[in-house]
Design a protein around this ligand. Structure first.
Ligand SMILES: [Zn+2]
Length: 680
């Protein structure tokens, strides 16, 4: 069990890359870390080339010195296994350890993450380095956490080489046992694809046209599992040598390649790298959705924001800085959503290399004349007053079901239309947040017991087990709402015949005959609560079988038929949204679902963010943030609250300036419906 108390209060720190700087800078770094309130640094993430300059020959003296300096300065270490990027000598000595793209191109030396996850020498090298680092520092007093590898799958989430092809075949044989079972699962009767031997099976490399869809889906599953094997190889060595030191690897939120619900089972604590675009007006929603996912991956436990930028990044077409106050506001958002640590990439902005324009705590200008430095030191001091947050939990009555397998299946080519899942998910999430809801994410098979409402934004791939779980959820009194193109295929990506909606047809009280995919610019309208709303992108043609219409289409050949429905199912209700509604209309439908489920809600301006967290003594904290650069907010809150952490009566009306943050502590659980927030 991971215990956050092994750290000195709320974690505050950064990736520290002393190898980029002369030795004389290191003591100054440690002194400045003290000034900023830094208590943990991630060290050695890209140090393989310095630690192992020739195969099996290790040079640790420089790292010894840094570890000792940090410890003497009161800074703990999140020590990397340093396996993130093999040195050039390795990639040149083992040329077939370099990954291969879908087009058969073997990638070259000069970037990072240049490795095939299956290559025997790579796996040996990773194990050798991990064992050497762990053995060297097992007893070092600065070591508090292991940082395994770095951003697995960030650049290379699939390698199409022969080593991977062999492992893919073995993975398939374990899954299907017989080649006939594979042929059935892949539907190889189509297009003359029948296999007669395992050896004939290839990764879905570039083909004349669409590769077999189930081959593509299984390839995605294999690729996530295969990289996870590399991770558990390191994890096992660390557990063997330092059983008492927790380990983590830094996740990337909604990363397409890795099924993090599976991966999170291997982590002592879940950690996240998050880089929302601070130039976008909804960056707080983008960040919040990833933070909520991260907490959910860890089963609701607190997590670590391992990397973010103090200001700008370097890899977008245009890289907006974080405006004064914006970094603090986003850090508070992470804390409100369960973070127990606020860390950055990187301590000192690089002088050279690909990320030299990525902001750091110590900017190129130095510290004394730096706005960013003033903000990071002020926040470091503020964090020391926020230690009680480490005991808070983030209770949610609403869960959004998210499934990497569904995401992979949706992204496979040859569909009725391209459905970009993340923007769609973002619209549902934004509507729920506007209604003041804490939101969890849950995977199929996850525990739904604690939720009143479960949202299925677009669960195209749904097996019968998930359908049965959702049926049981509504029978117990749960309220369900599904978006269009849900329940269309099973886990093998085969159609559920007899009307779309498959395993949920009886729960929803309807079936879907077909869909009208609208072209760009094309619209239809629907009547919802007596008002006409414009709908776009997609219109399911629904037939009711027990459900009642909440909205009906006005135009096209299915005019008068249901667009949004509601159905009593067991003790609960099941709703269906068969089209792409405008944001206000989606929010109104969700409000109806919350009302039916007895879940209190409010209505927030787009730039307001409200979260509620629960402390162990039954008291509650409201976290209210203003994400707008110019406009103010006014909060109307119940009496009895005190300002946190300073104390003092919070009153019932509070003004919140641009990028302002207010935490209010209540001796009881406040109803969100009693909190009103208005914009200027
Ligand atoms: Zn490979």
């Amino acid at each position: 069990m991971f215990d956050i108390r092994r750290f000195d209060g709320v974690i505050y720190g950064a990736d520290y890359n002393p190898e980029q700087w002369p030795r004389e800078v290191w003591p100054e770094d440690v002194r400045l870390m003290g000034e900023a309130g830094v208590n943990l640094v991630s060290l050695g993430i890209f140090s393989w080339a310095l630690l192992e300059r020739a195969e099996g020959e290790f040079t640790f003296e420089w790292l010894d010195e840094v570890m000792d300096l940090l410890h003497a300065g009161g800074v703990d270490v999140n020590l990397a296994t340093a396996t993130a990027s093999p040195p050039p000598w390795f990639s040149l000595k083992y040329p077939d350890s370099r990954p291969v793209t879908v087009d058969g191109v073997r990638l070259e030396v000069g970037g990072r993450q240049l490795y095939c996850p299956s290559h025997p020498a790579l796996r040996e090298g990773v194990a050798r380095l991990t064992r050497a680092v762990a053995t060297r520092y097992a007893g070092h007093p600065a070591l508090k956490l292991w940082h395994i590898n770095n951003e697995y799958g960030c650049h290379i989430d699939q390698c199409y080489c022969e080593h991977c092809a062999r492992r893919f075949r073995a993975w398939l044989e374990a899954r299907y046992v017989t080649i006939d079972a594979l042929n059935d699962a892949w539907g190889t009767a189509f297009w003359s694809q029948r296999y007669t031997d395992w050896a004939e099976i290839q990764p879905p490399r570039r083909a004349p046209t669409y590769a077999n869809p189930t081959q593509q889906l299984d390839w995605r599953r294999f690729s996530s599992d295969n990289i996870l094997e590399l991770h558990t190889l390191e994890r096992g060595i660390l557990t063997e040598i330092t059983p008492d030191v927790p380990a983590t690897t830094n996740f990337l939120g909604f990363l397409p390649g890795l099924d993090y619900f599976r991966w999170a089972q291997e982590e002592d604590v879940v950690s996240l790298d998050a880089y929302p675009d601070p130039g976008q007006p909804d960056s707080h929603l983008e960040a919040g959705m990833v933070f909520d996912l991260t907490r959910s991956l860890g089963g609701g436990n607190r997590w670590i924001l391992m990397e973010q930028a103090t200001s700008a990044v370097n890899w977008r077409t245009r890289n907006a800085p974080k405006a004064p106050g914006q970094m603090r506001m986003l850090n508070h958002l992470a804390l409100a959503k369960g973070a127990s640590g606020i860390m950055f990439f990187q301590w000192r902005a690089s002088k050279a290399g690909a990320e030299k324009f990525h902001s750091g705590l110590v900017q190129h200008v130095g510290t004394e004349r730096s706005r960013v430095w003033r903000e990071v030191t002020a926040f470091g001091a503020e964090l020391k007053t926020l230690t009680p947050l480490l005991d808070a939990r983030v209770p949610a009555r609403v869960a959004v079901m998210f499934d990497w397998h569904n995401w992979w299946a949706l992204n496979i080519d040859s569909k009725p239309g391209v459905i970009p899942l993340l923007p769609l998910l973002g619209r549902w999430y934004a509507a729920l947040r506007t209604l003041g809801q804490n939101v969890d994410f849950v995977a199929p098979g996850g525990d739904l017991g604690g939720y009143d409402v479960v949202v299925l934004p677009n669960l195209y791939l749904m097996d019968d087990t998930t359908g049965a779980d959702l049926r049981a959820f509504t029978e117990r009194g749960g309220h369900l709402i599904a978006g269009y193109f849900t329940g269309v295929v099973d886990g093998q990506e085969h159609i559920h015949l007899g009307g779309y909606g498959g395993p949920l047809r009886d729960v929803l009280g309807l079936w879907v005959e077909e869909w009208d995919v609208l072209l760009p610019g094309q619209t239809n309208t629907a009547t919802l609560n007596g008002a006409q709303v414009t709908v776009t992108d997609w219109c399911d043609v629904l037939h009711l079988d027990g459900a009642e219409a909440v909205a009906t289409y006005d135009g096209r050949y299915y005019a008068g038929q249901a667009a949004v429905t509601r159905h009593a199912s067991g003790q609960g209700q099941a709703w269906y949204v068969g089209t792409e509604l405008p944001a206000d209309a989606l929010r109104d439908v969700l409000r109806g679902v919350l009302d039916g489920a007895g879940v209190p809600h409010t209505l927030l301006p787009a730039h307001a963010d409200l979260s509620a967290s629960a402390l162990p003594d039954g008291t509650q904290l409201l976290h209210v943030l203003n994400a707008h650069p110019h406009e103010t907010l006014t909060l109307t809150v119940p009496s009895g609250g005190t300002l946190f952490p300073d104390g003092g009566d919070a009153g019932t009306r509070i003004g919140l300036p641009p990028y302002g943050v207010t935490l209010i502590h209540y001796p009881y659980a406040v109803q969100i419906s009693d909190v009103q927030v208005s914009g200027t």
